[in-house]
Design a binder for this molecule. Structure first.
Ligand SMILES: [Zn+2]
Length: 242
């Protein structure tokens, strides 16, 4: 049964061309997210002939305002891939006007994705869960993965009601709050991710093979065997692709 990493920043590693071949050889299904449309093409080129690794086109919320001129490029590349990310909302220290501009960019991205109906989006929602969930809404024509979700239980319940998936990484599965959230996610909506290199394992940037650690933590938390957890995540990934 294959491992699954639905949120991995391949292009931020020193030797992505070599690394991607290792991931492919390990047969780990990996969604290689990108943070701006101008860097998508690199990841697309190094993954386009592979079976297990796919490039996602993204515009990270923390870069959205300064790179909004790349929105047309986002739309141009969108037809090349079914996968979209990293996108989302993150207000940081923005003022109200800037927050609204960031939401407009996110809405524009969602609109473009909605037209093709089969896109799979990996979405960042730090500090913005309720805005992210309400902006996407209940009837989005595509699949939504909330990556490293850190909202409230109430927000989580809303996202569950809307049918969203949740990708869990080792940091989330180790924190008290993260564990409480995880136990409220239906088993058929759980996925695994690394968010490498933003998450480290033993002081090294996480690699897709490190999702094993998250599987172990999930299995312990949910009191099932690692093999069962692994097959649940694999089946969830298959239904994500349907
Ligand atoms: Zn990320």
């Amino acid at each position: 049964m294959h491992l699954i990493d639905t949120h991995f920043h391949l292009d931020l590693y020193p030797k992505p061309e070599a690394l991607v071949l290792e991931i492919e050889a390990l047969k780990i299904y990996t969604i290689a997210v990108t943070n701006t449309p101008s860097v998508f093409d690199f990841t697309y080129q190094v993954t386009k002939n592979l079976k297990y690794v796919r490039a996602a086109i993204g515009l990270h919320p923390e870069l959205a305002l300064q790179r909004k001129s790349e929105l047309p490029l986002f739309k141009e590349h969108l037809g090349k891939t079914r996968f979209v990310g990293e996108i989302g909302l993150d207000y940081g220290n923005l003022n109200d006007l800037e927050k609204r501009q960031q939401r407009n960019i996110f809405e524009s991205i969602l609109d473009s994705c909605a037209t093709s109906k089969d896109k799979i989006l990996t979405v960042h929602s730090r500090g913005t869960a309720s805005d992210v969930i309400s902006t996407i809404g209940n009837n989005f024509p595509g699949k939504i993965i909330l990556h490293w979700f850190s909202g409230s239980i109430r927000e989580l319940e809303q996202a569950v009601e809307f049918g969203f998936y949740f990708s869990i990484n080792s940091a989330m599965a180790s924190s008290v709050k993260g564990k409480r959230l995880i136990l409220n996610i239906p088993s058929d909506k759980l996925l695994t991710e690394t968010d490498g290199p933003f998450i480290e394992v033993e002081r090294k940037p996480a690699l897709p093979s490190d999702v094993v650690l998250t599987l172990e933590k999930l299995a312990t938390m949910r009191d099932i065997s690692i093999d069962s957890q692994r097959s649940i995540i694999f089946n969830n990934f298959k239904s994500l692709l349907e």
